[in-house]
Write a protein that binds this ligand. Sequence first.
Ligand code: ADP
Ligand code: MG
Length: 657
Amino acid sequence: SHHKLRAKFPVDDRKVDPAFSRKQKIAEHRKSLPIASVEKRLGDEVRNNDILIIVGETGSGKTTQLPQFLFNAGFCRDGKTIGITQPRRVAAVTVAKRVAEECGVELGQRVGYSIRFEDVTSGSTRIKYMTDGLLLREALLDPYLSRYSVIIVDEAHERTVHTDVLLGLLKNVQKASLDARGFSEYFGGARAVHIQGRQFPVDIFYTHHAEPDYVDATLITILQIHLEERPGDILVFLTGQEEIESVERLVKERLQQLPEGSRKLLAAPIFSALPSEKQMRVFAPAPAGFRKVILATNIAETSVTIPGIRYVIDPGFVKARSYDPVKGMESLIIVPTSKAQALQRSGRAGREGPGKCFRLYPESEFEKLDDSTKPEIKRCNLANVILQLKALGVDDILGFDFMEKPSRASIVKSLEQLFLLGALTDECKLSDPVGHQMAQLPLDPIYSRALILASQFNCLEEMLITVAMLSVESIFYAPREKLEEARTAMKCFSCPEGDHLTLVNVYRASNEFLEKRTVGLSKEKNEKILRKWCKENFINSRSLRHARDVHSQIRGNVEQMGLRLASCGDDMLQFCRCLAASFFLNAALKQPEGTYRALASGQVVQIHPSSVLFRAKPECIVFNELVQTNHKYIRNITKIDYLWLAELAPQYYCMQN
Ligand code: ADP
Ligand code: MG
């Protein structure tokens, strides 16, 4: 009888079906975006102009809507794809998910994304989000990017090195939001469309004095807002994963000290290494009565727009790449933001209504900030980019039409590095086969070279694992309150030769564990068991899982190239010699006082306490990473014999008496 009743008085679907009302909400949201009013005009302008510059306030709908407009306007009718590049992996993934939902399609079908080591697209993908670096790699195989009808270079104002190179290439191919004038001039007076934005007033607050500990100041501000201000979510800009995780923990601790009724605060982190299902959590509204505090890196400045923000906390720092062309050393350092960044951050508080921004430094400091951030191409090692340009047939790097030219010194230094690695000939041409092989691998040139050498040293199996493990965030996980236990756990894997073989041990131990325990189990069960194993052994399970993915992809690459996948077995010496031959540019000698001198740069460095060689302090080492905090620390270190350097890298070292 129920059926009859329904047939006679059909219930309004809209009221009972949550999926339907979500769809309707999304449709309404889309219509309300500033960009919606210029849909037709944008389609026409893109059709009539080879190059178009689109400028619009963050959140106006450029990233999510424009590709859909173009799709609807018929830009994919001939089976071609609309490609949208993003400087950040997180943005590519989260935006693709959102747009798939808006289109009501499954991710990986009409809408997909592709980032290094992860491709969620198919033959039917027509709207493809990807990192700018990935499109550059595609250009190696398809220099005219012929599968695309439109390329949208999103976030071009961020000026990552890949974006800059991509713009140079696109300009070449075509010879055929910030400073639109700069872009427009570069593209010979290209047409620009400005989308009218919406911005509510944001009150800016400064501290009276400089804060000695901005993490602590951040915590106090979060709790103050939570206890004293009207409802509305908080967005906090921090510099990286470690800082975010420690603030997340501290927020939880402090909440426990508050009366029960005041604990309705929910921390949601977002940073690039966070698994993507967790990244999506920042977009979910907080449960009724709760306030959300989003702990983000600068990805929340412009690349992803999070709804519901009314308060912004800006400690004023950002982690940035920095490169010293004289020393040939790249490092990550924490530096003050630029004025443009500070303004962009505070603007996030005024998207949906008037907001407040708390800058955790005195107003006098703001005046001292640089106006805008230097393009990355001016502060990074160019070896990778140059290798790719060479592979694309661009031989005259100094003459390449960059939007902003890197300094001659840094181009020359990177060319020299590539030459020393054997990628370039005396005439500065890509060498055959080494240079071509190196350009094919999606890795830093130094790691690509290591894999090629390893196939000659019969230890490619070990080197593949090493490179995969070095390509992810920290494998070991040592929470402060369990430091001793973590150290003991690490000892089971540690190898007296150094960190590289220690990482190989971890990887192999996880493999053995899985082989023994998981025969015939489902994938989910498998992952769960591995997570438990990781926890017991103080291993970061997310990093390990990522390393396993990276491993399987580069394994595919080297097999395709025909490299010999052999293991050196118990012959550690062979592997260490291969490390010396590969990483000779990062060799260091012990000094009398226990510090080290990096041979290439002359810098004085110290072994990081997390290294298995921290106490042993061998005479001569190679390392992979320089971290600059109060000290110059080196990480991922292996002991070598200094005589090997002259033997294995004679292009760089010779014996003196
Ligand atoms: P722009 O690229 O111009 O900065 P976007 O296209 O990224 O703007 O965002 C347009 C709107 O869509 C914003 O108001 C934002 O709040 C909303 N939005 C984007 N991604 C999501 C998401 N994953 N969940 C909910 N809303 C989103
Ligand atoms: Mg955008």
